[in-house]
Structures are given as C-alpha cells and as structure tokens.
Design a binder for this molecule. Structure first.
Ligand code: NAD
Ligand code: MN
Length: 506
C-alpha cells in the first residue's frame, strides 16, 4: 500500500462496513512534497452520513459499555501489536500525505502505539475510590461510568498520534466514537481505523467520516445523541466548537493553538540550547502545536546564540521527507505556505530583522511542493505580531531579554499557554521558571516538544479549556464518576443529621 502508484478510492466506515458517501463526492489527498502524486480519493461525507454514523455509535454503545474493560483492553492490545508490525508502512503513508520527515512520522506512529498499549493497560485499572462512610453499616465507593457517543475532530499535524489520544481512552472507558480527521491527512486516519477493525473492535464502536469541517465536523458536534466532543485544532474553530457544545451541555475538550517559548539564560549550555531551538522550531516544519516559535535569549549570550542558531538553520536540508537526508519537509498545503509567507512580510514590515531564510523554495526539485526555508527573525520585540501570533510554520522569532524576570514576562505575555522551556544550569532559575510560567507543559534543558503519552497534555489560556489529554487525565475526560452508597444497617440513616451514638454498629 505504501508505494501504490494508482490512487486508491477510500470509503467511510459506518456500522462495521466500508461505505461510500451518500453524496457520491470525494476529495483528493495529495503529497505536499510533490503535488503530482495523488495518494487517494476520500469521501466527502454528508449530514446523512453523519446521522448514520451517530445512529450506529448509539446502538453499539448499548452493548460496548457492558463489555468488561479488561476485555475491551484486549482489543486495544491487539491493535497495538498490529501497529507495531505495520509501523514502517504507516509512517511512509504519513510522510507522503502530510510531508513530515520519515523519522518524525515513525515517531507519530510510535506515539499511537504507546497510547494504545497504555490505554490497554488502563483496562485493568480504571481505579475508583473506596472510602469509609461516616455512618455505621454503610459502604461508600466511586466508580467510572462511560458517557456515550463521542465526536472526535482532529488536525493534520499528528495524523495518527492525536486520533489515538482520543480514540483509545474513549474506547477503554466504554464509549463509542465517530471520528472526523483533517482533510489533509485522511489516509493515516483510515489506516488507524483499519487496524482497530482488524483487532476486533465490534460493529459501530468506531466510525470514521472524512470531509470538510463545515459539512461533517459541524453536524457531528451538534447532534443531540453526541454526549462528548473532543477537538484539537485552531483556537478560532475551537471557539465555534465550544459554543456549539454549550447549548446542550456536551462535554467538550479543546486543544488549540500555541506560541511556545524557549528561554536561554546566560549560563545555559549554548550547544544544547541551539540543538533544542532547531528541533523545537523547525521539527515538523514548525507545524506542531508545541513548536518553539519564540526564543528569548539573555543579552549576554544573545549574539553568540543567534550566530550559531542562524548558521544551523541555514544548513538544514529542506526536501521530501522520504529522503533520509532531508531535515525539514514541506508545509502541509498551499494555504499553510501562504500563511507563512504572509507572516514573513508582516515581520519585515514591523521591523523584525530577517536573519535566516524568508523565502519560498519553488525551483528544481521544489517545484511541485509547498516548501519554505527555515526562517529566523532576530531582534524581535515581544509585542510584534510575529512574536504574538501562531504562525504554524518554519518561522522562529528571537527576542533579546535582560534577565530571568524579563524572560518570564515575555514567556507569559501571549494569549496561549501550551508549552515552554528554559535552558539554564542554575537550579534556582529553573525552579522559578517551573513555578512562574503559566503553561500546561514546561521543560528544563529540553525544547518545547516531546510529550510522553502517560503524562497529561494540554495548555492554559486560549490553548485549552481546562481539560488535559493523555495520562490519566484522558480517563477523567472520557468517563464520569458515579458515587455509590450501600446501606446495610436495615434502618433509615440520615447523613449529616444522625450524628449521635453509633451503638447500633455491629
Ligand atoms: P483547524 O481548526 O482548521 O481544523 C481542525 C479540525 O476541525 C479539522 O478536522 C477541521 O476539518 C475541523 N473543522 C473545521 N471547521 C469546523 C467546524 N466549523 N466545525 C467542526 N469542525 C471543524 O486546524 P488545523 O489547521 O487542522 O490544525 C492546525 C491547528 O491545530 C493549529 O492552530 C494548532 O496549534 C492546533 N493544534 C493544537 C494541538 C494541541 O494539542 N493544542 C495539537 C495539534 C494542533
Ligand atoms: Mn495530504
């Protein structure tokens, strides 16, 4: 499949069957490194398809919720095993459809593997609490219950990892799902669902629909039978999702934009900081929610850091992610490339100094792709648009700072709060940063990217709405507490009122 030349026609998966869209229409999935390469045709689902998928998920929920969690876990465990066996093919498909270099695509698949094993393990935990009652002959505990049909809407930048963060915890908790992936990366989504079906997920438990946000995503999140909506994407669309969910109190988790920062103090290991800024800024072509799109550097080491950072950025080889010598792939699509080019103009106009890159690459081998140079703006003011707004491309704004306090103000001076990092060898500075940076994730002596699946993931302010994905936080989101009291005293016992003698306890 990974090297197929003839474009394949893919289908939606509804109620255990691969079916065409009721619209009969489809969309193209092309390779952003070479747009001549048509990877496949994917259905443009309609509202009828949405209703059919939700009906299937609602019916399947009646039985899936009663399957013992350790049995649900066995299916996830088998899915993880299949993902392991197929990792290389899945990674190549991913690179072809969205451009990230193969090593990173392998990492994306590995993250899905990790999450699937992790949630399979949770099937034998899903711990609640057992605690003494305040009354005699009374038993108290809390258990997790599933919620129902979940709508899962995902972006294109982690085509398999992010869907797995949502699907696996939803399933282990006993929910059923309808999944709408981003239109740029339907193949990785299809591949993941294919693996789940092979692993034995019962009919209707997992459904996938491809198509646009407005025609598929919107009806999916508004449907009255949907109880949970999990969205990862832009803050702009996240606001629309949040508002739609508010009307009938759907549970809603939002993982949105970021403007993450690396702080480089004057005592930092500069080689390490440069490595981190290169990987954080230009990994996945800067198209990571946790990308280090700002670096603030202590004025004492500013020039030295900037010289080394720009030299390294200029030497990065841009190209097709399948070529092992490529360090940075293309932007995911034309729109994303244009956004990057616009921000380069914005930066220049507001007085930022272009220290590396700044141009689209479109000659020779680059002709058929959405390539852009790794770009660095130097001497940025923290209030410039290039220092404030999410660009989601290979553009890093470098901002000089005077001291730690100044750096922390700059770090917190944006509307987002996903990830931040500090390079320092001073434990006092590190701990002050850990305490005072208001983000969901903070790293010390490591870049802003590199989350692990068994720890909570998410952000503050306009990055999130207070929930976290991954870790046990995901279990908290995809289940609801049920508190259970069992009174075996054979008489009416009134909590908070019968506070007297406990002579009857025996
Ligand atoms: P996007 O918001 O354009 O789209 C995300 C998903 O929402 C897609 O599947 C899209 O089809 C769907 N959608 C669009 N309009 C919709 C509507 N009206 N109703 C319902 N669904 C709709 O984002 P994108 O361009 O795919 O991804 C890039 C963005 O995602 C960036 O802002 C990035 O920061 C963010 N992101 C955040 C995280 C995180 O965990 N915080 C992770 C990855 C990406
Ligand atoms: Mn694509």
């Amino acid at each position: 499949m990974a090297t197929a030349v003839v474009p394949k026609v893919y289908k939606n998966f509804i109620n255990g069957e691969w079916v065409e869209s009721r619209s009969g229409k489809s969309m193209e999935n092309r390779n952003p490194a070479n747009t001549d390469e048509l990877i496949g045709m994917f259905p443009l689902a309609t509202e009828d398809d949405v209703n059919a998928a939700i009906d299937a998920a609602r019916e399947a929920y009646k039985t899936w919720r009663l399957v013992p969690a350790p049995k649900r876990a066995e299916i996830l465990f088998r899915a993880a095993e299949i993902l392991v066996r197929r990792k290389e093919d899945l990674a190549r498909d991913m690179t072809r459809e969205m451009g990230k270099v193969l090593a990173e695509a392998r990492g994306d698949v590995q993250e899905a593997i990790d999450m699937t094993y992790y949630m399979a393990g949770e099937g034998r935990r899903l711990f609640g609490q057992t605690t003494p009652s305040e009354l005699p002959n009374k038993f108290a505990m809390s258990v997790r219950q599933p919620i129902g049909v979940c709508t899962l809407i995902t972006p294109w930048n982690f085509p398999m990892a992010i869907p797995s963060w949502k699907i696996m915890p939803a399933l282990i908790c006993g929910n059923t799902v309808v999944f709408k992936p981003a239109s740029d990366t339907p193949l990785s989504a299809y591949n993941l669902v294919q693996v789940l079906t092979e692993a034995g997920v019962p009919r209707g438990v997992v459904n996938i629909l491809t198509g646009s946000g407005s025609n598929v995503g919107a009806p999916l999140m508004k449907h009255p039978d949907v109880k949970v909506v999990s969205f990862t994407g832009s803050t702009e669309i996240g606001r629309v999702v949040s508002t739609a969910c508010a009307t009938d109190f759907k549970h809603c988790t939002l993982e949105m934009g970021g403007k993450n920062i690396i702080i480089v103090m004057d005592d930092a290991n500069l080689d390490l900081a440069v490595d981190g800024a290169i990987w954080g800024g230009f990994g996945t072509t800067g198209q990571r929610c946790t990308a280090a799109s700002r670096v603030t550097v202590h004025k004492k080491v500013y020039k030295e850091f900037l010289d080394r950072f720009t030299a390294r950025a200029k030497s990065l080889k841009v190209g097709d992610g399948l070529d092992p010598s490529t360090a940075m792939g293309p932007c995911v699509n034309e729109g994303q490339l244009k956004t990057v080019m616009q921000y380069v103009h914005i930066g220049i106009n507001e007085g930022a100094r272009l220290a590396a890159g700044g141009h689209r690459l479109d000659s020779g081998n680059y002709k058929r792709g959405w390539f852009h140079q790794p770009t660095i703006f130097a001497d940025c003011d923290p209030n410039m648009r290039v220092s404030q707004e999410e660009i989601f491309g290979p553009v890093v704004s470098v901002i000089p700072c005077d001291n730690l306090d100044n750096a922390l103000d700059i770090a917190n001076g944006v509307v987002y709060g996903l990830s931040a990092s500090i390079y320092t060898r001073d434990v006092n500075k590190a701990f002050r940063a850990l305490r005072d940076i208001y983000t969901g994730i903070v790293y010390v002596n490591a870049p802003t990217i590199g989350a692990e699946t068994h720890l909570p993931f998410g952000g503050t302010k306009q990055t999130g709405n207070g929930h976290r994905e991954a870790g046990t936080a995901a279990i908290d989101f995809y289940s609801e507490w049920k508190t259970i009291y069992i009174d075996y005293s054979d008489r009416l016992q009134r909590a908070q009122i019968d506070t007297g003698s406990f002579a009857h306890a025996e």
